[in-house]
Design a protein around this ligand. Structure first.
Ligand code: FCB
Length: 455
């Protein structure tokens, strides 16, 4: 028996992208390098030596892309601002051409009745900022950038995300060398995570001041950690993984300071000299916990930890186990929709944010056009269906989830994986830049139109 799962009347259905992943025009109109331009140029860092120089050429094709969203029936678009396009030197002189680009995009979206959700920082830090996020001064540079952005666009953009997934630029960027700037030093990762959280906390009042009727929050990537068995070592590794990925960010944002068990772990791992890290200055923790209007979550998968295996994403031999191939997306990420329900409920019932937005969820499958130019990506439809059901169940359990954004509107530059991983609802032919909606693109338009789905 199927049943129609109806979403709340004012629920928003959107899609998401990020500047470096779609814009291209990396050296045009005054944009200077970001740390991702640098990283992509470093041999061996990005698959096939690819980079974001051209990407989806969204910088030139924005009009066509907005028209596409409109024709597919999407109600909202989450995109990020390229800091090095707006403040090419990180601070100081504003590049008018950068402002003009986002002005055009925002006006076009509003004209098409598509709600803009703007992410201030989605990882493309200007290289001009000395020592990047390791330097506490970068926190103030971010305040300056936020202020320029909100003063430029706050008359039309009312929903703001400060930082996207601080876990990635800190732990992946500085701890495990998977992201820019490619450093392998857990102590530095912790310092950077603190600076990112502080930058968020300081940007919240900046957004409110520049856009008094606006709303602001942070986006975290979250997901549960399961031990492979009940052995004390694996239970402890699951606690640690959850601590690093989830609680290290949620706890301080909601006024609980950094988790004590994690501070102790990092001392044991040699990443901190003491459980009172020197990078925390008086007043920081209060600023980080500045109340926000919503919490935004990105969810993709869970992690199963096994201390008997090596090669995982985390220290202490935390590995993501391989399950049967059909249970994975092409990123190798396990399909685990229950984890999305669990993640949303945990964040809401433990930390009590006023509201939750899902700012990313999606799947990488490389299905391309058949002889008729159709793209039958049934596996993506199945992934999205099961995860949207999880969102619906969380709403039924009492969580005020108000929006859902698919990652991504279109195939794009998937960071260290380059262009091989395709997350789009819309297929991009990188030779011609032709956009071709996949079956999932039409399916998702129907979900948005009906404001729900058959389950
Ligand atoms: C998230 C990122 C996003 C995209 C997806 C697949 O971690 O925020 O840019 O790469 O993963």
């Amino acid at each position: 028996m199927t049943e129609f799962m109806q979403f709340p009347p004012d629920f928003t259905w959107g899609t998401a992208t990020a500047s470096y992943q779609v814009e291209g025009a990396a050296h045009e109109d005054g944009r200077k390098d970001s740390i991702w331009d640098d990283f992509a140029r470093t041999p061996g860092k990005v698959a096939n030596g690819e980079n974001g120089d051209i990407a989806d050429d969204h910088y030139h094709r924005w009009k066509e892309d907005v028209a596409l969203m409109k024709s597919l029936g999407y109600q909202a678009y989450r995109f990020s601002l390229a800091w090095p396009r707006i403040l090419p030197d990180g601070r100081g002189k504003v590049n008018q051409a950068g402002i003009d680009f986002y002005d055009r995009l925002i006006d076009e979206l509003l004209g098409a009745d598509i709600h803009p959700l703007v992410t201030l920082y989605h990882w493309d830090l200007p290289v001009a900022l000395p020592e990047g996020w390791l330097n506490r001064e970068t926190v103030h540079a971010f305040e300056e950038f936020s202020s320029v952005a909100v003063r430029s666009f706050g008359d039309r953009v009312k929903d703001w995300i400060t930082i996207n997934e601080p876990f990635c630029p800190s732990f992946l960027g500085y701890g495990y060398a998977r992201h820019a700037p490619g450093i392998h030093d857990l102590g530095k990762a912790l310092r950077v995570s603190h600076h990112l959280l502080l930058a968020h906390g300081l940007a919240v009042p900046v957004v409110h001041a520049g856009c008094p009727d606006g709303r602001v929050g942070i986006t975290l990537n979250e997901g549960p950690f399961y031990p492979v068995d009940r052995s004390p070592a694996n239970l402890d590794a699951a606690r640690h993984g959850d601590g690093e990925f989830n609680r290290w960010f949620l706890d301080p944002l909601y006024g609980r300071h950094y988790p004590a068990d994690m501070l102790q772990d990092y001392v044991k791992l040699g990443a901190l000299a003491s459980i009172e890290p020197d990078f925390i200055q008086a007043g920081d923790m209060q600023k980080i916990a500045t109340p926000t209007d919503f919490l935004a979550l990105n969810y993709y998968s869970r992690s199963i930890v096994d201390t008997g295996k090596t090669g995982g994403n985390f220290p202490n031999n935390i590995a993501t186990l391989s399950n049967p191939a059909e249970n994975h997306t092409e990123m190798g990420w396990e399909i685990f929709p229950f984890g999305m329900y669990e993640t949303i409920c945990r964040a809401y019932f433990t930390y009590k944010p006023p509201e939750i937005l899902i700012t990313e969820n999606g799947a990488s499958y490389s299905d391309g056009p058949d002889e008729n130019g159709r793209i039958h990506d049934q596996r993506r439809i199945d992934y999205l269906q099961s995860h949207i059901e999880s969102v619906g169940k969380a709403i039924r359990a009492g969580v005020p989830v108000t929006a859902y954004y698919v990652w991504s509107l279109m195939d794009n530059f998937e960071w260290a994986f380059g262009y091989a991983q395709r997350f789009g609802l819309v297929y991009v032919d990188y030779k011609t830049q032709e956009r071709l909606p996949k079956d999932s693109a039409y399916w998702y338009g129907q979900v948005a139109q009906k404001n729900g789905l058959d389950v």
